[in-house]
Design a binder for this molecule. Structure first.
Ligand SMILES: *[C@@H]1O[C@H](CO)[C@@H](O)[C@H](O)[C@H]1NC(C)=O
Ligand SMILES: *[C@@H]1O[C@H](CO)[C@@H](O)[C@H](O)[C@H]1NC(C)=O
Length: 281
């Protein structure tokens, strides 16, 4: 009997495939398209989600589940060509005036000019923690993976597995952390021509519309219980994830070569002194 007809092998293969498919996520099961009046679309049996935008509207989706800690991955292919003025997002947010939020925003640019990856962290309503990056690949040519790891001690942003930034829990020095409000995962494509590209100097070229961004392989592996003590995923790797020395070197590489803005070094913006989390390890 060859391995191809060995029933044990075949069922192992089928089981692996099922496990893979179960982990891969399905947009039909995981998210709702919440705005855009038909400009957001799920295709390929839930494997692909596209958002588009024209002069009258962008579009967006949100996760059906609320999460308190987790690992969130998506593959994104951004608006190609002249994408100036467009903003494609992948973020987590809770509701209300003291909300928490973890943002990936991709600011479009003129053809041939690099996208800006804008990141921010809000804890209990306070943000102002922007860090911006360029990428070491063209994010419009292929799908690339963007990930957020959120656990009680840190938030880490990744692009293709390379850590871009880390926001640590510094409650010990009085900095609020994101640890009690459940968040949903959101994606959107919207028009931000007043600020996105070179501070709003370059406007959206509507003759290029509709603009389209594509999402696939969405994976939200998180606690869906509002009480982390009853979370069935409490022992997942992401719950304890931190950057080992190799990962820290990767992050230093990304920040040294690709970071274009860091609020923690913007002394002119904070004449009273940099935010406390900037001055401690
Ligand atoms: C667009 O490209 C210009 C020129 O390279 C650059 O200065 C700018 O930061 C880029 N990104 C945005 C969002 O304007
Ligand atoms: C996590 O691991 C600890 C220690 O091994 C165990 O006591 C606990 O029951 C586990 N929790 C879950 C939700 O699996």
């Amino acid at each position: 009997m060859t391995s191809c007809t060995n029933p044990g092998y075949t069922s192992f293969f089928l089981l692996s495939l099922l496990v893979y498919l179960a982990n891969a996520g399905n947009f039909n099961q995981d998210v709702d398209i919440t705005w855009g009046n038909g400009r957001g679309n799920i295709a390929n049996n839930g494997q692909l989600l596209t958002l588009s935008m024209d002069k009258s509207s962008g579009s967006g989706f949100q996760s059906k589940n609320l999460y308190l800690f987790g690992r969130f991955d998506v593959q994104l292919k951004l608006v190609p060509g002249n994408s100036a003025g467009t903003v494609t997002t992948f973020y987590l947010s809770s509701q209300g005036s003291t909300h928490d939020e973890i943002d990936f925003e991709f600011l479009g640019n003129l053809s041939g000019d690099p996208y800006t990856v804008h990141t921010n962290v809000y804890a209990q309503g306070k943000g102002d923690r922007e860090m911006q990056f360029k990428l070491w690949f063209d994010p419009t040519k292929d799908f690339h993976t963007y990930s957020v790891v959120w656990n009680p001690s840190r938030v880490i942003f990744y692009a293709d597995g390379t850590p871009l930034r880390e926001f640590k829990n510094k409650e010990s020095i009085g900095v609020p952390f994101l640890k009690s409000q459940q968040m949903r995962v959101y994606g959107s494509l919207w028009d931000a021509e007043d600020w996105a590209t070179r501070g709003g100097q370059v406007k959206t070229d509507w003759s290029q519309a509709p603009f389209t961004a594509s999402y696939r392989n969405f994976k939200a592996d998180g606690c869906t219980s509002s009480d982390v003590n009853t979370c069935s995923k409490a022992n997942s790797t992401w719950m304890y994830e931190q950057l080992d020395s190799t990962a820290q070197q990767r992050m230093q590489w990304a920040q040294k070569n690709y970071m274009i803005y860091n609020y923690c070094t913007d002394v002119r913006r904070f004449p009273q002194g940099l935010p406390p989390e900037c001055n401690s390890n």
